[in-house]
Structures are given as structure tokens and as C-alpha cells.
Design a protein around this ligand. Structure first.
Ligand code: SF4
Ligand code: SF4
Length: 100
């Protein structure tokens, strides 16, 4: 809920203000082989503020909802297994933040 003061109070409020222009191709790739042997408790699932990563039921495959990426780079640093190949989205695409 947006507080009366105009300040954004929750992460959902903040995400609502973010705009995306989606590229057709993902700028994030994960190496599923490495993920299968993940030794860091699948930290990508909990560390991403935009919940880009999820687990496919049954297969255990890591799914990447790249369209929601805020381009913060946290996952790339946090996955010390080296399974994430993260690049900037191609020119003109990606996230646009609204300030103020
Ligand atoms: S991306 Fe990294 S943290 Fe996530 S499951 Fe794969 S190896 Fe683990
Ligand atoms: S760069 Fe940030 S927002 Fe994008 S997938 Fe990684 S942690 Fe999530």
C-alpha cells in the first residue's frame, strides 16, 4: 500500500513503479548441470528482489523469468557456483526506474 505521505512503503509498491521493455531473448542464462549439484542452497531463489528465479516442480530445473529483472547484479555475485551467466540486456531494452 502506498503511504499517505507519498512514500512507497513496500517492495510491491516500489516494483509497481518500475517499467520494463522486454527483449525477445533472455540476458540471463543458468547452467542447469551446475544447478543440479548446487551447494549453496539455491540462493538464487531467495536473494532476487524481483523473484526472477523459480524452481520447476518435478524436474527441479531453475526457471528464469528474465522479464522482471531489475538489473541489480545480486544473483550473479551470490551464485558462487558460477552457474549464472548475466549480461546487460541488449541496447534499448531492460528496466527503467521512475525516480521521485
Ligand atoms: S543458479 Fe546458482 S544458486 Fe541458483 S540453483 Fe543454480 S547454482 Fe544454485
Ligand atoms: S540482477 Fe537482480 S533482479 Fe535481476 S535476476 Fe539478478 S538478483 Fe534478480
Amino acid at each position: 500500500m502506498i503511504a499517505e505521505s507519498g512514500l512507497l512503503s513496500t517492495i510491491e509498491d516500489k516494483l509497481y513503479r518500475v517499467q520494463y521493455r522486454h527483449a525477445n531473448e533472455s540476458h540471463i542464462r543458468v547452467d542447469q548441470e551446475i544447478c543440479r549439484g548446487c551447494h549453496i542452497e539455491r540462493i538464487c531463489l531467495s536473494i532476487c528482489p524481483a523473484k526472477v528465479y523459480s524452481l520447476e516442480e518435478g524436474s527441479g530445473k531453475i526457471l528464469v523469468n528474465f522479464e522482471n529483472c531489475l538489473e541489480c547484479g545480486t544473483c550473479w555475485i551470490a551464485c558462487t557456483e558460477g552457474a549464472i551467466d548475466w549480461r546487460n540486456p541488449q541496447g534499448g531494452f531492460g528496466v527503467r526506474f521512475q525516480h521521485g
